[in-house]
Every structure is written in structure tokens, then in C-alpha cells.
Design a protein around this ligand. Structure first.
Ligand SMILES: [Zn+2]
Length: 320
């Protein structure tokens, strides 16, 4: 495998050590306003979060992305401890999240684009801030983010806030060489890719389009998005309200047969009702324990599975 560089919460890593990697998980969220309305994101018990990743490592997991960015409950120091306790590499994210994570008077709603670009870029190059929930962050840790998170809602690019935030995140990605993962809700994905590639200069091969498997009906749309060269995140495995395993396997088979194997990523994007350590029957280890055996039963070869779970994330998450 070509040697590449990754930034984990405990320091740099090269691709030989990345191993099985799930690029969209949530491990630990603390101190965000949304926890009051949504108890399912109260994954704020450090030993339980470490246990969830220990179970993942015991099944063969090596690396995860924690997809909560700056000022949305991310805790860089807790992520360091969880990585040490579990033995799993954690790649943390900077950038911004869906609107419900920020109170109406949050500083992020009015921060100018240039300031946000600098802020996101500095979390990649200098280290993540410790706080930022209520006021602009000031305390920087020695733990660097390895990826930039962004989002578009169902309003797509009609919303000026989204355009400003997405542009800032794209410019930070172009500046640092970090990849950018974008939460999507089935609207305007192609316009989003256009904006990032055209206006901010991000290579589509550094864009991860999240949650494409929430939309199962129209596989032509999956093909259209993948044709731009981005990574396609089928990241709601175990979220059975959107699809069952048969649907998920059908999408992966379809995209593989259409020639997009090298762009497919899989993950579980959990809340606590899909984490074993927090009392659920399924956990972050579901892909290793149940889904990969199902892929084999359905005819996926060892090489195809390795591409999806090892070599594709290694290309998608490298810096530079
Ligand atoms: Zn997520």
C-alpha cells in the first residue's frame, strides 16, 4: 500500500497501521445543548465509550472517525483517553455540524467566512480547541483534527448560512490537504460537490458524501453522485428505519458492479441506541461481526471487502 499520512488524536499514523476503518462513527459527545432534547446522543460516559471501541477492536477494528466537530460536544482530551484505553485509532473532525447542535445565539451563526476557514484549518495544523460551546474557543490542545466535517440540509444551497459555512470548510480543506466529509439529506449533493470543487478547489477524491444510503429508491442518483469521483458513504448500517441489510447489500452490489468499488465506504453513524456498551443489542462492531459475513454470503470477494473496509478509507482519510 502506498505510504500516506493520517492525523489521529494521539498523533500521526501511516497507512500500514490504519487497518479496518469505519469513517463515520460517534464515540463520545458531551456538553451540547441538543442532549437535553435528545437523550440518545448522551454518549458521555468515558468508560462506556471506551468499552464500545474495545469491543470493536476485539472483532478486528483498528481505526474510526469520530464525526462530531468543534463546538458540538467534541472533547479532544476524552477522545485521547478513549483511544488509549481501547487501543483503537481515532481520527477526530473539525468543521461544523447540523443546525440543531447550535443555540440561536451561537457565535458560529455570525462568524465571517474567513475566520471560520482559519479556525478549521488551524485545528488541522495546530491542534483542536477544548471548548467553544458558548463562546469562541481559546484553549488549544496538542491533538490535531484529521478531517473536516460539513453539512447541507434539505434546503441545500438555498440557505446563505450553509453556503458560507460550506465555503469556509472547503477552503480549509484545500489549504490543509485534509479531506472533507459532508452530511447530506438527499438534496443538492451535486451542487455541493460543484461548490467545493469549483469555488474552493477541493479535489472530489477528497470529498466524502455522507448518508447516501438513507435514500434507497433511486440508484441512478447514487451513480450520478459517484460519477463526480467522490467517496460514497453507506454509513447508516444498523439504522434499520432507512433500510434493511438486504437493501444495503443491494446498493453496495449495484455500485460495485457499476465500477464504483474504489469509492465505497461503510460505517454505522450511531446514537446510543446502537451502541452495545450503552445497552443496545447492536454496536459499532456490527459491521465486523454481522455485516461482513453477510457480504461474503452474498458473493462479495475478500478483495472487494478489503477495498471497502481498508484501502478505500486509507485513501479517503489521508492528509496532503
Ligand atoms: Zn453522524
Amino acid at each position: 500500500m502506498e505510504k500516506r499520512l493520517y492525523q489521529t488524536v494521539l498523533g500521526d499514523l501511516s497507512s500500514e497501521n490504519l487497518g479496518h476503518c469505519q469513517p463515520h462513527e460517534h464515540i463520545y459527545i458531551v456538553g451540547t445543548i441538543d442532549q437535553e432534547i435528545c437523550p440518545l446522543i448522551c454518549m458521555n460516559n468515558l468508560p462506556l465509550s471506551a468499552k464500545e471501541l474495545t469491543l470493536y477492536r476485539e472483532k478486528g477494528g483498528s481505526t474510526v472517525v469520530d464525526a462530531n466537530p468543534l463546538a458540538t460536544g467534541r472533547d479532544a482530551l476524552a477522545l485521547q483517553d478513549i483511544s488509549r484505553l481501547s487501543g483503537v485509532n481515532i481520527i477526530a473532525t473539525t468543521g461544523y455540524h447540523i443546525p440543531k447542535f447550535y443555540p440561536a445565539d451561537h457565535w458560529i451563526w455570525t462568524a465571517p467566512e474567513e475566520e471560520l476557514t482559519e479556525l478549521f484549518a488551524s485545528e488541522i495544523t495546530d491542534g483542536m480547541f477544548l471548548e467553544g460551546f458558548y463562546a469562541r474557543p481559546t484553549v488549544r490542545t496538542d491533538s490535531k483534527a484529521g478531517l473536516i466535517k460539513a453539512m447541507i440540509t434539505k434546503d441545500g444551497l438555498q440557505d446563505a448560512h450553509t453556503v458560507r459555512m460550506l465555503t469556509a470548510a472547503g477552503k480549509a480543506a484545500a489549504k490543509t490537504g485534509a479531506s472533507i466529509m459532508v452530511h447530506t439529506e438527499g438534496f443538492d449533493e451535486l451542487a455541493m460537490i460543484d461548490l467545493l470543487a469549483g469555488k474552493t478547489g477541493v479535489d472530489p477524491a477528497s470529498i466524502l458524501v455522507c448518508h447516501v444510503d438513507r435514500q434507497v429508491e433511486d440508484l441512478k442518483r447514487h451513480e450520478e453522485i459517484a460519477s463526480t469521483g467522490v467517496f460514497m458513504e453507506y454509513d447508516t448500517i444498523t439504522l434499520f428505519q432507512f433500510h434493511n441489510n438486504a437493501d444495503e447489500l443491494r446498493m453496495l452490489r449495484h455500485m460495485t458492479d457499476k465500477g464504483f468499488l474504489d469509492q465505497i465506504l461503510i460505517s454505522t453513524d450511531p446514537e446510543t441506541d446502537r451502541m452495545k456498551a450503552y445497552g443496545s443489542k447492536v454496536g459499532i462492531d456490527y459491521i465486523l461481526e454481522h455485516f461482513i459475513p453477510l457480504m461474503k454470503l452474498c458473493g462479495f470477494s475478500e478483495e472487494e471487502i478489503r477495498a471497502i473496509t481498508v484501502t478505500n478509507p486509507a485513501r479517503a482519510l489521508s492528509i496532503g
